[in-house]
Design a protein around this ligand. Sequence first.
Ligand code: XMP
Length: 339
Amino acid sequence: TWTTGNVIEEQVERIREQVAEGTAICALSGGVDSAVAAALVQRAIGERLTCVYVNHGLMRQDESAQIEKAFGESTGGAKLVVVDAEAQFLEALAGVTDPEQKRKIIGREFIRTFERAQADILREQGVVEAEADGGTHTTSADATAFLVQGTLYPDVVESGGGEGAANIKSHHNVGGLPEDLSFELVEPLRTLFKDEVRAVGSELGLPDEIVWRQPFPGPGLGIRIIGEVTRERLDILRRADAIARAELTAAGLDRDIWQCPVVLLADVRSVGVQGDGRTYGHPIVLRPVTSDDAMTADWAKVPYDVLGRISTRITNEVPEINRVVLDVTSKPPGTIEWE
Ligand code: XMP
């Protein structure tokens, strides 16, 4: 029978077998999946795990700082390396509008960044050894490098990895990976659904803030800007998204709603009026959904007064936006994210 205790024991055992004497890097995204994966691997191999958080510049407002803080508080002593790669990602995404192309580029840049981080970490470990041993040793390049990922069962299925599954989207942690991968993957959550991962996270003692964090896609806001991703557009979307999230939280809806993507239709403009002036701004889409596992979803019936407050605040406080639109499509036929 399935219990969180069994899952933890079984996965810790498997990780020990797989990694043996090797070292591992965990791709930390700030979400519950990678945090739980990291906690399991830390249990299994302790010090030989280093977590890497890549700030790809596609995160929401204040999110990177929150992740660093929560990480420090929740993992007793695990190592964290933060890589600021915003310029690299934005450069790679310049001029790109196709959703699958965006996903593949973001996945590729992620792996490249991890490979660099891994090389740095090994070099650093080598330097430490060399000093301790009187400068004779170099890095042990023969040790297998493992990459820990919080891939869930639905990610596997929807990226075409499961039996008879259709390839709907390249999730950046599965189907979007490049072919010339130089890591061996450790994916301890591959058979689990989100609610099971949350139960395991609680059992492992992770804080509610991480365990109950709503899902946020690996490619981040890059797939919530319909059109080219630029710094200016990210800035507009961040301000609107922060307002929507703050109002949903204030209304006490965080646990009723699975997630609420806020999507910027960056290439669409419409005419509006504010005061005596004509505006020609962008629409923003609210996509609140309820779901059990993200495989299917219903559009969430958010109370009108909450929707009204979000709309008023966004159009007042984000001058580039002059229209707020509600997405009332379930999954299927719509997916949760627009790209
Ligand atoms: P869709 O849009 O396919 O999304 O209905 C299903 C769930 O997956 C999240 N999502 C992702 N998560 N990497 C992730 O880690 C990705 O590339 C990715 N794309 C979508 C999405 O937010 C929703 O919860």
